[in-house]
Design a protein around this ligand. Sequence first.
Ligand SMILES: *[C@@H]1O[C@H](CO)[C@@H](O)[C@H](O)[C@H]1NC(C)=O
Ligand SMILES: *[C@@H]1O[C@H](CO)[C@@H](O)[C@H](O)[C@H]1NC(C)=O
Ligand SMILES: *[C@@H]1O[C@H](CO)[C@@H](O)[C@H](O)[C@H]1NC(C)=O
Length: 443
Amino acid sequence: MVMALSTLSSSFLLSLLLFSATHAFDPCSSSSSPSADSELSVFHIYGKCSPFSTPKRESWVDTVINMATKDPERVTYLSSLVSRKATSVPIASGQQAMNIGNYVVRVKIGTPGQVMFMVIDTSNDAAWVPCSGCSGCSNTVFTPNTSSTFGSMDCKMPECAQVRGMSCPTADSSPCLFNQTYGGDSSFSATLSQDSLSLATDVVPNFAFGCINAVSGGSVPPQGLLGLGRGSMSLLSQTQSLYSGVFSYCFPSFKSYYFSGSLKLGPVGQPKSIRTTPLLRNPHRPSLYYVNLTGISVGKVLVPVAPELLAFDPNTGAGTIIDSGTVITRFVQPVYTAIRDEFRKQINAPISSLGAFDTCFKTTYEAEKPAVTLHFTGMDLTLPTENTLIHSSAGSLTCLAMAAAPNNVNTVLNVIANLQQQNLRVLFDVPNSRLGIARELCN
Ligand SMILES: *[C@@H]1O[C@H](CO)[C@@H](O)[C@H](O)[C@H]1NC(C)=O
Ligand SMILES: *[C@@H]1O[C@H](CO)[C@@H](O)[C@H](O)[C@H]1NC(C)=O
Ligand SMILES: *[C@@H]1O[C@H](CO)[C@@H](O)[C@H](O)[C@H]1NC(C)=O
């Protein structure tokens, strides 16, 4: 049986009513964009304001649940990243999961600017867009030949060797072509290119990205990708002088198809008082944002877990990352089991399962629900109710919105995901090696 799930604490219908009462204007028009220079609206990829939203045959909550069913694939991908020894990992990062993220921002590329909606992904350094003339791409494409600032980069540029992971056969002035595989049997070929990238009112001249020419063995997702990792060719690295390696986001609530959040780039306008925890750097995987999760409490009980299941180990890749592309938080199996068992004990209700969720109970027991607190070095995060539970749209079942990492991979990675980050300002301060979290109603 398939049941629709909705996020907790207000029904979808109520969200819609509130929405129409408070937002009479079109939520997707640029007039509703944040006004600061370096601030962009962030949309759910299948939400109303995204060009990738599908005609609504299913409820929004079902869309969210379907997105969550792709998590195991992404967690498997992230786990494969950490368990492999990296050489250079910029744009051509080898295996690339199809499921590349859940949020899009609106940017402009070229002169005059062409509007592109690009997926933001904190666990990726890549930037690429489907380009005109591409065989196998959808029709959401960038047209280089109408941009006066476009240029393709050639083989003898040092960036080319970084992207290809090897030098060109002949170090000449032919275009820097590279192939990238993803999802096992699909690949695309692209030309390393550069053009102006406009982010809100900021312009990044000569931004390097992959311009996709051909796709084989499947299809690339129609949107471009704007990785927010901190590796060598990432947006952060390329905008060092503009943004100094600092950004924050607030992801919109999962309550509504219409909501948007924001991405703030650069140190200006970031929250002044915010609790922080050190960002840890794995030299083998510089793009991933590791933090030190030291324990988890359910209610007042610190869940018993062996410290080595949470410990950061750059050699094995073990530890905890903050990720923008996974829907529900995944813990390694023994950690999840310990959290779940304590949660079940405190809720003291008959437990059933639903889809990916194995700890569901009748909504009438909700008053008993314990809070879940994530303890990081120097910072505790007690999750708001909507970041902990989801419930069926029929209203009868509530589920703990977390799960174990897929058991088909020998994963050592805990992933703090979107649902647990909604309506929080998450600050990535790379120069000061810290990650901050503050409550914020961002939609
Ligand atoms: C630009 O390229 C597209 C596709 O490659 C082509 O159809 C179009 O005519 C070109 N436009 C100009 C101005 O060259
Ligand atoms: C990319 O793949 C195509 C088709 O398989 C091949 O012809 C081409 O040589 C490859 N290019 C690179 C740079 O590996
Ligand atoms: C993480 O926190 C634990 C417990 O406080 C500490 O022992 C460990 O050294 C920390 N790890 C890192 C990498 O900071």
